[in-house]
Ligand binder design. Structure first.
Ligand SMILES: [Zn+2]
Length: 200
């Protein structure tokens, strides 16, 4: 019987301040990556003081991340918790890291990836191709609305695109994704403008 040799590679995760604990590929083709936060502190939710994040862990979260070799990829983590002894009730606070929003099921970089998929496409199409629910894509769009433009990162404004994306089935509410093609040929998202009624 011939033995198959599986070649492996190492690629950067593109997420700061975490250590990878293990990875798992499920039979349905999903890649799960377990990580542990290396950030040592958390701000007390009550008084705002910086406290050590050494009071155990919260519930496991699974965040959709950029696909790896075409696999649906998830970052799994039990966020660290800290307890503030300065506050009278000694409350515990769960860490939220810079690369995701508290109630989002996606990493921030995956939200931006979804937006790029929406350019010249529709929410339905992206929902099908990415296996992400319609509402999850609308939420991703909403999280990007009014996010500040980092002009330092923009080197060319000569080709600006405006893509209108229907935000809801049936109703005529649209968000606009503003993009600019950069000198290296890549498309950069500048802004997402909120829903509005389309004037016909
Ligand atoms: Zn406190």
């Amino acid at each position: 019987m011939a033995t198959q040799i599986q070649a492996t590679i190492e690629i950067p995760l593109d997420i700061p301040d975490v250590e990878v604990l293990r990875t798992e590929i499920h039979p349905d083709g999903k890649l799960l990556i377990w990580v542990e936060s290396q950030v040592e502190s958390v701000r007390c939710g009550l008084c705002g003081r910086e406290v050590r994040a050494t009071f155990g862990h919260g519930q496991e979260i699974q965040l959709r991340h950029l696909p790896v070799l075409g696999m649906e990829t998830y970052i799994c983590m039990r966020p660290r918790r800290g307890r503030c002894v300065e506050c009278e009730t000694e409350p515990t606070t769960t860490q939220v890291l810079a690369w995701y929003d508290q109630r989002s099921p996606h990493t921030k970089v995956y939200d931006r990836y979804l937006l790029k998929q929406l350019v010249n496409s529709t929410i339905e199409d992206v929902s099908l191709s990415e296996n992400v629910g319609y509402d999850a894509i609308v939420s991703a769009l909403n999280r990007q609305i009014d996010a500040k433009v980092d002009w330092e990162q923009v080197d060319d404004l000569s080709t600006v695109g405006i893509d209108e994306v229907a935000m809801s089935k049936g109703r005529k509410n649209y968000a606009a994704i503003i993009t600019a093609r950069q000198k290296d040929g890549k498309v950069r998202i500048l802004a997402v403008l909120p829903d509005r009624k389309k004037r016909l």
